[in-house]
Design a protein around this ligand. Structure first.
Ligand SMILES: Nc1ncnc2c1ncn2[C@@H]1O[C@H](COP(=O)(O)OP(=O)(O)OP(=O)(O)O)[C@@H](O)[C@H]1O
Ligand SMILES: [Mg+2]
Length: 246
């Protein structure tokens, strides 16, 4: 008889690929960006979708900007790392797994520019998806420089997301997705929670030249004369039950 130790192996490149593809809908990228911006206490979020000529090629370019806390080296390490979350012990945040930003790896190039504590970090990840498919963990080139302003925040630029497939990223579909499937469309205001009231989202889908500015919270159709509070109130439910029974 003999014993041996077996260390369960992890195929790191494959895990990155799996997580980068672990989204039913490519628009879910927006949900991850918005969750991360809220976790960073942003009050202003800007999501822009464009087609730009990069090295002679029509390229789908996504820019996600927020005025949140920004990242230091440790934050940036979590941003590019898999399963590294700086939010895990914080019960107030949405993020916890360290998976969200890995959806951005499904791209031709990823650039994160972030400011915090008077330092600006510019991180460039070239060809992440093709390198992962070549079984290589892509390296991130980071430039660090002092920044003159005390402002904090992050801009993420994603080039050639999802193999440049961009048909879904029209303004209307993006707006619906934001309002129905992300924290920005939360109905918490209807329950008297007003802490995120002032948060603004600037949105520009592929088919628009100007940003639309959205206010925090789900938008209910204007023709409804009844308040959400009334709809969920006992008296309203009683009235419906009575009408149904008669
Ligand atoms: N916009 C941002 N501003 C500041 N820090 C950010 C931002 N986006 C990501 N980060 C940092 O990168 C880390 C990894 O982000 P990621 O979305 O992958 O994981 P998470 O938000 O911690 O958890 P989850 O997988 O549940 O989203 C975060 O924990 C945070 O430290
Ligand atoms: Mg996240």
């Amino acid at each position: 008889m003999s014993e041996f130790i077996l260390i369960p192996p992890v195929d790191e490149a494959q895990e990155f690929i799996e997580i980068a593809n672990d989204f039913a809908n490519p628009l879910d990228l927006v949900r991850e960006a918005i969750s991360n911006a809220f976790d960073a206490h942003a009050t202003d979020i800007r999501l822009a979708f464009d087609v730009e000529t990069v090295a002679g090629e029509a390229t789908f370019v996504i820019r996600l900007t927020d005025n949140g806390d920004g990242m230091n080296r440790i934050g940036l390490q979590s941003f590019f790392g898999l399963g590294n979350s700086t939010r895990r012990t914080d019960r107030t945040t949405i993020g916890e797994k360290g998976h969200g930003t890995k959806v951005y790896f499904n791209a031709k190039k990823l650039v994160a520019e972030t400011q915090r504590d008077g330092i600006r970090l510019i991180a460039i990840l070239d060809a992440p998806f093709s390198k992962l498919h070549d079984r290589k963990i892509p390296e991130v080139l980071v430039r660090e420089e002092p920044c003159e302003t005390a402002a904090t925040g992050t801009t993420i630029t994603i080039y050639g997301y999802n193999n440049n497939r961009r048909d879904r990223f029209t303004h209307g579909r993006l707006k619906d997705h934001v309002l129905w499937f992300t924290k920005f469309g939360s109905i918490e205001r209807q329950f008297g929670l007003e802490t995120l009231l002032g948060v603004k989202l600037h949105l520009k889908g592929l088919d628009r030249d100007e940003f639309e500015i959205l206010d925090f919270g789900h938008q209910f159709p204007s023709e409804s004369k009844m308040s959400m509070r009334f709809l969920i109130s006992t008296s309203y439910r009683h009235r419906i039950t009575t009408v149904a029974a008669s």
